[in-house]
Design a protein around this ligand. Sequence first.
Ligand code: ATP
Length: 371
Amino acid sequence: ATAAPALPPVPAIELDGVVKEYVARGETVQAVRGVSLSIAEGEFFSLLGPSGCGKTTTMRMIAGFEEPTRGGVRLHGQDVTGVPPNKRDVNMVFQSYALFPHMDVWENVAFGLRRKKVPEAEIRRRVGEMLEIVDLTGREKRRPREMSGGQQQRVALARALVNNPRALLLDEPLGALDLKLRQAMQIELKRIQREVGITFVYVTHDQSEALTMSDRIAVMNDGLVEQLAGPREIYERPATAFVAGFIGTSNLLNGAVERIAGGFAVLPLGEHGRVLVEAAGHSPGDAVAVTVRPEKITISTEEPAGDVSAVRGTVSEVVYLGTYNSYAVKLGDVAEMTVFQQNAHDSTTTAERGDSVWLSWQPQHSYAIGS
Ligand code: ATP
């Protein structure tokens, strides 16, 4: 017998050309302007972007708190148009936690199961298990106000997860925590997600948060997804100038392809040197914007040799930042570049304000990007 060809797995969440318009004081606002994406079962997926880019609206359409003006939402292959939030197999966790202040931790987590008339023995088993996963065993009798922000967040998480949703939607859940706690909770959240194995959709404006936790990230700007990829690719290969600027620190150089040589497109910058990018997709005459990350650049006083991008400028600022130095280097009117140089234990400062220096990097560390 021949085995049937394996069917592709059904995605947990699919958005198909989703548009959301609001009418406010007679004016139509497009909060989401046409988003299509597909989130795999078990994936940690983030919607990342600045305030007002439409990420919360997108999330609320998945949860069912809003209906799309146009386009469709499918959950586990089912069209959910018109299906209310409580009938969708997803749960949402809010920044405000929304815990019941008069109930202890145990009762907060058990609440949903009680309401569904789940047998008491099963409630005991599931709540116990969940409190163990979020590391709150032994704190069952505490009230929310007797707990730290991070602990309250974990109670909210346990309360959402105890219902066994197939997907969990989290809207800036760590926004109220201070930096240290937020970083600890990022690791914790990722661990919990791995342990329970369900799909997480995470809304944040914090790029480091999204990079730390996500399998894939959709970077949103002005109601559209600008790039959808894994953290490394988003960081290393930003697809647009917006993504390059929003994620980390990036340098942007504009030039035109003069020639293709040795597998590289050569972009001369006049007296300021030249930039090389991989040739694929370029022809002489093309105007190109190129990004390069500050930590990929080497500073030297000698002109570097070989197939590298090499540009020349004047150091306008040096900032000591502990583990590394940040240099600002002005290439006349062409650009101001930022360079990070690691401070090794035996390193001496390589350049000072006013020095004329060469900056170089490997061609594969810079990319031509769209507008
Ligand atoms: P934030 O991080 O600030 O919450 P966001 O990326 O989540 O931002 P949304 O809340 O989705 O953005 O809002 C996207 C756009 O839609 C904004 O310009 C917002 O003002 C507008 N908007 C959102 N909800 C409504 C509404 N109910 N009525 C009118 N306009 C709205």
